[in-house]
Design a protein around this ligand. Structure first.
Ligand SMILES: [Zn+2]
Length: 490
């Protein structure tokens, strides 16, 4: 099957045909480094990380570029507030971003260029736009003239007259048209600046992405991505600048991910409900976060809530529990000769064998991670049924299916950044974390188990039951078995 991608530019799902066979150039807008990254950034980076992984799984040679906006009004404001140079702020939050991405288990992009390392190229691009009549100078600022670019609005599906009529942009005497946007800004006192043909100043926001994408991927390249909030004006303006200057099509496919809501509310500074990645990884395993974020199609909104994360966590726990059981079962000797029954495996065989094509089908359909994860759950059900049939005595046929199933989880889990932990360690960690949430220490539980054993030996049944029920009411289940009494979380 061919990979199909929903292209914001055409508003359709299209067959993915890269400009150069076997190669993909992908540029994704990164963060403006003036503050800690939040769950919205986590979504965008996880979505494009998964796309990056899947393209590589599909044997494409991918060049993935994600930039840092390290000069911007917000950075300057923060630096002035903190009384430091803007570079101090930028470096600090680049570092924090890298820490956060590491904690989410993201692959490093091929290149992570910074805006301020590309000032000469930006000045060059602005000069080209002026030479070609797309830009004009006004008191040290340089603006892009939207009227000069006939296709302005093609990405965001807006038309210039409507935009002008509905524009609430503040009147700027310096602009010829209120929709014109800055390519270069004259510096104000106490602001960082670079020398340019138009005097001391600094680049406008959009120009950096035109420069860095084209420098590393060529004037025309395959995929440009980002959050859907960037479609207008950022990506619209990037397109106008880039195509105006080169006269060639810019990005071929535009991919935009949806928003993250918090408890069904929009995330915003004014609502005070911004969740940083640091806060989230404190409470949730990175794979729980990935499972949650990828459980919706990337274009749909996702709603972050305690319940949805708990749901993702119990899913992940189930996967690891089964993986551990598979490992244990596969460590047992072949029981083909000692079993007289021949369980029917046809249905499970079919499920295990078709798994790869199902995952590819889902991901080829515009990276439908929600559907793909659904297939993982189906596989899990079959593997658990096989474990039941195995009954601790795996035959060769059963073992071969269990083996394949476990391989599937590991191999295809990689695309989604899942199942990277050793199951035994993950489960032990989950148990400890779970206990911590109940405010009970493992020591206390073990002490009570010991006390119960003594009570039972002395036939103090009431006390023994009391201990069991007390623990149960706290969410801890005791299980008596041939190897003694063990505890688990309800
Ligand atoms: Zn950008």
């Amino acid at each position: 099957m061919t990979l199909r991608i929903y292209n914001t530019l055409t508003g359709k799902k299209e067959d993915f045909v890269p400009l150069q066979e076997g190669k993909v150039g992908m540029y994704v807008c990164g963060v403006t480094v003036y503050d800690l990254s939040h769950i919205g950034h986590a979504r965008s980076t996880v979505v494009f990380d998964t796309i990056y992984r899947y393209l590589r799984y599909r044997s494409y040679d991918v060049t993935y570029v994600r930039n840092f906006t390290d000069i911007d009004d917000k950075i300057i404001k923060r630096a002035n507030k903190d009384g430091v140079n803007y570079r101090v702020i930028a470096e600090k939050y680049i570092h924090e971003f890298n820490v956060d991405m590491g904690s989410l288990g993201l692959e490093k992009p091929t290149l992570e260029p910074k805006a301020t390392d590309h000032i000469p190229e930006m000045i060059q691009l602005v000069s080209t736009l002026m030479d070609k009549g797309y830009a004009y100078q006004s008191n040290g600022d340089v603006f892009f003239s939207v009227e000069k670019f006939a296709d302005y609005g093609k990405l965001s599906k807006r038309n210039l007259e409507e935009m002008e009529a509905g524009a609430r942009v503040e009147i700027d005497e310096k602009k010829r048209n209120p929709m014109d946007f800055a390519l270069w800004k004259a510096s104000k006192p106490k602001e960082p600046f670079w020398e340019s043909p138009w005097g001391q100043g600094r680049p406008g926001w959009h120009i950096e992405c035109s420069v860095m994408s084209q420098k590393y991927l060529g004037e025309s390249f395959d995929i440009h991505g980002g959050g859907r909030d960037l479609i207008f004006p950022h990506h619209e303006n990037e397109t106008a600048q880039s195509e105006g200057a080169s006269g060639k099509p810019f990005a071929k496919y535009w991919i935009h991910n949806g928003f993250v809501n918090i408890n069904k509310e929009k995330m915003s500074k004014s609502l005070g409900n911004i969740l940083t990645i640091k806060e989230i990884v404190q409470h949730w395993h990175p794979e729980v976060i990935r499972l949650f974020l990828l459980s919706q199609h990337y274009r749909s909104p996702v709603d972050f809530s305690e319940e949805s994360l708990l749901e993702a966590k119990s899913s992940l726990d189930r996967f690891y529990t089964t993986m551990k059981a598979l490992q244990d079962e596969l460590a047992k000797p072949d029981a083909s000769t000692s079993r007289t029954d021949v369980p029917s495996l046809a249905e499970h065989h079919q499920a295990v064998e078709s798994f790869q094509s199902k995952i590819e089908e889902a991901m080829d359909d515009d990276f439908n991670t929600a559907l793909a994860l659904g297939y993982f759950h189906t596989l899990l059900t079959h593997l658990n049924a096989l474990l039941d049939l195995s009954k601790g005595k795996p035959t060769q046929d059963i073992a071969s299916l269990l083996h394949k199933g476990l391989d599937h989880l590991l191999k295809f889990g990689w695309i989604f950044g899942l199942f990277r932990e050793e199951p035994k360690q993950y489960l032990a960690m989950a148990k400890r974390e779970g206990l911590k949430k109940l405010s009970v220490s493992e020591e206390e539980v073990l002490k009570l188990i010991e006390e119960r054993i003594v009570a039972r030996k002395g036939k103090h049944w009431k006390r023994a039951d009391e201990i069991r029920n007390d623990l149960l009411s706290k969410g801890i289940v005791l299980e008596d078995g041939p190897t003694g009494t063990h505890w688990k979380l309800k």
